[in-house]
Design a protein around this ligand. Structure first.
Ligand code: PLP
Length: 395
């Protein structure tokens, strides 16, 4: 028998092309920001996770350069062997202080934080209850853990409680997993109510604050702070790569939890420590979040301007398009089909605006997804609204 064991790859790629699901990365030139140079075109950027505009902030760049000068480029080993620096500990303490938890642990990415923590917390005898719209890293972590995984419908606590009533007693530990700000919709998890159900059924809760840290809450600590749950027993995960403009992820919680994860989370134990540059940049970002609340206020002012403008457009021009419910800087315009959302995205692109079309299978309904930044000017927001008004009127 002679066959090519790799032949299936070309076939799979062809199938991806045929379904119109093929994607490839496009290079951005120069620094990240509210304006980006994408393949030679200067675009107003409404597709970034850099909510506070810190990824190219001179203070962040200076901190990363200084740490590189002092410690070098790589951390050279895993944290438990030779890759641990005092800088890592400073960052973990800063995260714990921001989050009002006893301790925190920094991973090489948010994705790895979720994989490592979930697989360390539950196993074969256990149960995971997960919001159906959770991020890929929560879903993959759940699968990896070997626990029985049940999805409840999005934000539906009645469904969650029903699953628990039926399944909880047949399992040892139970872990509830949820995003706090949902990344493809921008809506929020009803955390106080969810925590009450968790307490009733003896469940641990891990919340993913990737899109909330630095953005939500009075001090920028996240949704947990905004919803008044900081003092509750729970496991808070987040990333250093979105509003904090760096790279890496973290788990924050009790000192015992963190101590346990340092001994059991394989995606932390068996991987190289975060680079000095990334660590120093994240540490600087947390200082900026805490010392400069005006940045966050500017972000929310921009969010308000865009949501109000969009509301007017929909009531007056396009009642068939729908602004999805959002309480975050993620603002989604739902459209009837993938073609209409692709066309809207392309027409904005011609007008110098980057706003990605998000389609199935990533989400169940097609939408234009706008993310607002603190470094958008009121004129930038106005430009977006004017061009949406024009393109929706003609479309
Ligand atoms: C981005 C994201 C992650 C992963 O974080 P990285 O640091 O980019 O790996 C996890 N969860 C959610 C909800 C995210 O949006």
């Amino acid at each position: 028998m002679s066959s090519d064991p790799y032949g299936w790859i070309a076939e799979s790629l062809a199938a991806i092309h045929k379904a119109n699901w093929y994607r490839s990365p496009q290079p951005i030139a120069g620094r990240a920001g509210a304006k980006i140079n994408l393949q030679g075109q200067l675009l107003l950027n409404f597709g970034s996770n850099d909510y506070l505009g810190l990824a190219a902030d001179p203070r962040m760049i200076a901190a990363a350069i200084a740490a590189t000068q002092e410690f070098g480029t790589g951390s050279t080993g895993s944290r438990l062997i030779t890759g641990h620096r005092d800088l890592h500990r400073q960052l973990e303490q800063a995260i714990a202080q921001l989050k009002q938890t006893e301790d925190a642990l920094v991973f090489s990415s948010g994705y790895l934080a979720n994989l490592g923590a979930i697989a360390a917390l539950v196993g074969k005898k256990d149960l995971i209850l997960a919001d159906h719209y959770n991020h890929s890293s929560l879903k993959t972590g759940a699968k990896l853990s070997g626990a029985t995984v049940l999805d409840y419908s999005h934000l539906n606590l009645v469904d969650l409680a029903a699953h628990l009533e039926q399944e909880r007693s047949a399992h040892r530990r139970c872990l509830i997993l949820t995003d706090t700000v949902f990344s493809m919709d921008g809506d929020l998890c009803p955390l106080p109510e969810l925590l009450a159900i968790a307490a009733e059924y003896d469940c641990m809760v891990l919340v993913d604050e990737a899109h909330a840290t630095g953005v939500m809450g009075a001090t920028g600590a996240g949704c947990v702070e905004q919803l008044g749950c900081s003092r509750q027993p729970l496991i808070q995960m987040g990333t250093l790569s979105k509003a904090l403009g760096s790279l890496g992820g973290y788990i924050a919680g009790s000192a015992e939890l963190i101590d346990y994860l340092r001994n059991r989370a394989t995606s932390w134990i068996y991987t190289t420590g975060l680079s000095p540059a990334d660590t120093a940049a994240a540490l600087k970002a947390i200082a900026i979040v805490q010392q400069d609340p005006a940045r966050r206020q500017q972000l929310w002012q921009n969010v308000g301007q865009i949501k109000q403008g969009l509301g007017q457009i929909f009531s007056q021009i396009r009642p068939d398009f729908k602004l999805l419910p959002s309480e975050s800087p993620i603002v989604c315009i739902q459209m009837p089909n993938p073609a209409s959302v692709l066309q809207a995205s392309q027409s904005l692109r011609q007008d110098g605006i980057f706003a990605p079309a998000i389609r199935p299978p990533t989400v169940s309904t097609s939408r234009l997804r706008l993310t607002v930044m603190a470094t958008h000017t009121p004129a930038d927001c106005q430009y977006l609204l004017a061009h949406l008004t024009a393109s929706f009127s003609s479309g």
